[in-house]
Design a binder for this molecule. Structure first.
Ligand code: IPE
Ligand code: IPE
Ligand code: MG
Length: 249
């Protein structure tokens, strides 16, 4: 056991941990600006924060972690920033893939990956391939991801199934629709964390967070560490999840 049943200092209980946490890692640019650094320095520092958070989630036996790395809207940024952001996943895959493999983590990606560079696509495929037989935490990176695009893509797949008579319209239910989403097969998102003080979803996992607990913190992503994670988990454990029902007594 990696941590005590009830961690007194952080007031976390192992029983009520979320299965799946999603992170909107926001505030890298402002973190850098505050220090008089280029925005790219904030993104590099954000990468380091992600590694630490992932490691901690793995230690806590969280089943799945999904992170927003690049949205379908982020293409609007200056070309050099887009290029820098797009270079980071390959850099991390090439440096940390052996460690990820060894940590029993399964790597997955969501988003329109077809539009990414051939080098990045190859690195993505390598990381998926090399971790596919692992059995631990499912780590999903959203790159060129937008929830509205994902839903349109799913609707097109469903329509195709209808046309090909693979499904009857009356048989299309929630489970069937979910099977067409990029997140199919993943556990429900219990907790969505957004850093940087922005209180919005920015086109991330709109279907999947229907009943997630939402947690917003003013911390910029590069400052989000183990202590901040514990704060979020402790808040999560204080919430009463009713799912439309009545409070459990
Ligand atoms: C999040 O930080 C990283 C990405 C969106 C890729 P930002 O780059 O959005 O940082 P701020 O919000 O400008 O501070
Ligand atoms: C959301 O952050 C996208 C990622 C973290 C990858 P943004 O910084 O792009 O979102 P907005 O522009 O504040 O909504
Ligand atoms: Mg931002």
């Amino acid at each position: 056991m990696l941590f005590k049943k009830k961690d007194k200092q952080q007031n976390i209980s192992q029983q009520k941990l979320p299965n799946h946490i999603a992170f909107i890692m926001d505030g890298n640019g402002r973190w850098a600006k505050k220090r008089g650094l280029p925005r790219s320095a904030g993104h590099s520092e954000g990468g380091k924060a992600l590694l630490k958070v992932l490691n901690k989630c793995n230690e806590l036996h969280i089943k799945a972690v999904t992170v927003y790395a690049f949205s379908t809207e982020n293409w609007k940024r200056p070309k050099d920033e887009v290029e820098f952001l797009m270079s980071l996943p390959s850099k991390y895959i090439n440096t940390y893939l052996p460690k990820i493999k060894e940590s029993n983590i399964i790597m997955k990606f969501i988003g329109n990956l077809d539009e990414l560079s051939d080098i990045l696509k190859a690195d993505i495929n390598k990381s998926i391939e090399e971790t596919k037989n692992n059995t631990g935490l499912i780590f999903t990176v959203a790159i060129n991801y937008g929830s509205q695009d994902e839903m349109l893509y799913a609707i097109k797949k469903v329509s195709k199934d209808v046309l090909e008579k693979k499904v009857l319209i009356d048989d299309i239910n929630k489970e069937y629709f979910e099977s067409k989403l990029m997140t199919h097969g993943m556990p429900n998102i219990d907790l969505l964390i957004r850093t940087s003080g922005e209180i919005r979803i920015s086109n991330f996992l709109l279907w999947q967070i229907a009943y997630s607990e939402l947690y917003f913190t003013d911390q910029y992503w590069p400052d989000f560490d183990e202590v901040e994670l514990y704060k979020a988990l402790s808040e999560y454990q204080r919430r009463n999840r009713r799912f439309g029902g009545v409070e459990e007594v």
